[in-house]
Design a protein around this ligand. Structure first.
Ligand code: HPA
Ligand code: ZN
Length: 318
């Protein structure tokens, strides 16, 4: 008999919420640390995995930014992206929209072009050899100031042919959408599309503000949108997609009990919900693992699961 996982893998799907830095598996972290002469505060791969016990978003971000220090050369960014694409292929992913965080790297002296060229070359080869199409989304780190976001946008200018949109990630508490109104306005002026993380640890009001102030087309996470039924109706009516990430929400204590996750309620309300992996190396699974986890926790039917996969293609920028 066909297993649930086999059924999920058989469905063509897009992954729309994936931080490329969050695909850095501990094994590659060690290989790259060795290659680049970077010292790590861990003695072994097992010790790294044991540290992945997160109390909240910030405790994860602290480790995630520290891990990214092993990424130095264009080859490193290429290898990271290529390894992700091979895993996505194995999960039945036909299209990816990848986030990258340039400020995580430029802040430690890595050139914007080094990051961009490595990722873009792997995406191009992924299309040729794996048949996976792609879009690339540059995220602003919301714990940094808007000046830094605007400077990053300027650094991106020579590479706009490779960048489809901007996003907003990192710690949501204390860093509301309003902080980045100018940066998103400037991005729109440059012809870029926009998404933003909102309603992950922050309130439903952040989802509303991301839509009205930043004029984003999709919301990343949006878990807390469920607290505002008028907002839920607005998302449904206007077909505004939510890119949800069940294992991330579980591991970061947003919804520690997955059976309490609002994904099915939002689907039933007519919202275009999608399933994604966020930072799979840190949260215990790639996209198929996320589908399996939420399907089991919420008793989803095969029709629900097929609708989620179809939603991912509808919500994509293909
Ligand atoms: N939320 C905010 N910032 C992030 C995340 C997330 O889930 N993953 C990587 N950066
Ligand atoms: Zn995310």
């Amino acid at each position: 008999m066909r297993t649930l996982r086999e059924f999920i893998i058989s469905l063509p799907k897009a992954e729309l919420h994936l931080h490329i830095e969050g695909t850095l598996e501990p094994e590659m972290m060690f290989d790259l640390a060795m290659r680049n002469g970077v010292s790590l505060p861990y003695a072994s791969v097992d010790e790294v995995r044991a540290a992945y016990d997160f109390a909240d978003l910030q405790s994860f971000l602290d480790l995630y930014y520290a891990g990214a220090a092993v990424l130095v050369t264009e080859e490193d960014f290429f290898d990271l992206t290529w390894a992700y694409l091979e895993r996505a292929k194995a999960d039945g992913v036909v299209h990816v929209e990848i986030f990258f965080d340039p400020q995580t790297h430029t802040e430690r002296g890595i050139e914007f072009g080094t990051v961009l060229n490595g990722i873009a070359r792997a995406l191009k080869l992924g299309e040729l050899y794996l048949g996976i199409t792609h879009r690339l989304i540059m995220c602003f780190l919301r714990h940094l100031d808007e000046e830094s976001a605007l400077a990053t946008l300027e650094q991106a200018r020579p590479y706009l042919q490779f960048i489809d949109g901007v996003g907003l990630d990192s710690g949501e508490r204390g860093n509301p959408p309003a902080k980045f109104e100018k940066a998103f306005h400037a991005a729109h002026e440059m012809g870029l599309r926009a998404v933003a993380h909102a309603g992950e640890e922050g309130p439903a009001g952040n989802v509303t503000d991301a839509l009205t102030l930043l004029k984003v087309e999709r919301i990343d996470h949006g878990v807390n949108a469920i607290d505002d039924l008028e907002l839920v109706a607005h998302l449904a009516t206007h077909r505004i997609p939510l890119t949800m990430c069940p294992l991330s929400n579980q591991r970061l204590q947003v919804t520690p009990d997955l059976s309490a996750h609002p994904l099915k309620k939002l689907m039933d309300a007519g919202v275009l919900v999608t399933v994604n992996s966020d930072d799979p190396a840190y949260f215990g699974g790639y996209v198929a693992d996320n589908y399996v986890a939420i399907a089991e926790a919420l008793d989803l039917t095969e029709a629900d699961i097929a609708a989620l996969a179809e939603n991912s293609l509808l919500a994509s920028w293909r």
